[in-house]
Design a protein around this ligand. Sequence first.
Ligand SMILES: NC(=O)c1ccc[n+]([C@@H]2O[C@H](COP(=O)([O-])OP(=O)(O)OC[C@H]3O[C@@H](n4cnc5c(N)ncnc54)[C@H](OP(=O)(O)O)[C@@H]3O)[C@@H](O)[C@H]2O)c1
Length: 290
Amino acid sequence: MKILVAGASGLIGWDAVGLLKTAGHYVRTLSRDPKRAARLSSLADDVRLADATARASLDGVCDSIDVVVSALGAPVSPTSFARTSYLETDLVANLALLDVARAAGVRRFVYVSVHVEPSYAQTRYARAHTEFENALRSSGLEYGIVRLTGVFGALREMLPMARLGVIPLVGDGRALSNPIHESDVAACVVDLALRAEAGLELDAGGPEVLTRRAIAELAFRALGKTPRLPASPPVIARLSSMLIGLVNARARDFIDFITLASTHDCVAPNRGELRLGPYLEAKATPSAGS
Ligand SMILES: NC(=O)c1ccc[n+]([C@@H]2O[C@H](COP(=O)([O-])OP(=O)(O)OC[C@H]3O[C@@H](n4cnc5c(N)ncnc54)[C@H](OP(=O)(O)O)[C@@H]3O)[C@@H](O)[C@H]2O)c1
């Protein structure tokens, strides 16, 4: 089968490309940054570069493709300098890709989305994803949607903070979540990409339901350090979101989302096998570069 993976240089896209190549499929990739995409040339059959928010730059990218997998989105990260908002990237770019896919006669489109709870359903981050899901459902294409809680790769960003000695918690740290390894998400995505059924949707979390405090403690444990987890009231996060929003829309949207997602339970059905503790321990070794 000929498959386009959009967002292939990212956490989930990268693992999806690996699984599809191992299964013997032709894989074309789409991403934007040439340096990050350079790593893909040893893995994929065809590496394309384009800014998908510009519809014209996608010309030809879906030609002769059977299935599009999109893990394309703005970074879900506190440390990224990306400024473009989630609505502008996740919604606008994916709508452009869907349009190009339909025009090129692509049969199926699989989208990597976010598991949404009512507490944060109205954030711009969640809305960007749910609005695209609605567009995909009414597109006329066969589709698949995987909605995940959060991936281990994003939580890896706690390691530098733990190394410095402090991870501030938003709220009291008692809210629950079950993060999932990116390769477990990629396995769900590839499964939906290769199935013949139309309209498949699933929510995906990992095997362990943990409090936010326990998740942060695992980062300290991976480094052999004593946890220091001061609680910061959500109002502080809301104030910083207002200030940061003056210069960076994506960072504002990220803080708004993460403040609500970390102070309310965010738990999805278990679709993973890998556990967070051993993952962070492996990433904490000097050779892993965290
Ligand atoms: N990470 C999480 O914990 C998490 C949780 C729930 C849902 N999700 C959702 O899952 C999806 C994938 O997440 P991820 O963590 O794998 O993302 P990621 O690591 O940040 O990767 C995003 C990918 O999208 C590409 N991209 C971004 N803007 C683009 C544009 N304008 N044109 C072309 N390519 C563009 C990036 O390419 P470049 O490398 O060239 O920038 C990269 O390949 C996103 O929709 C995200 O919101 C993620």
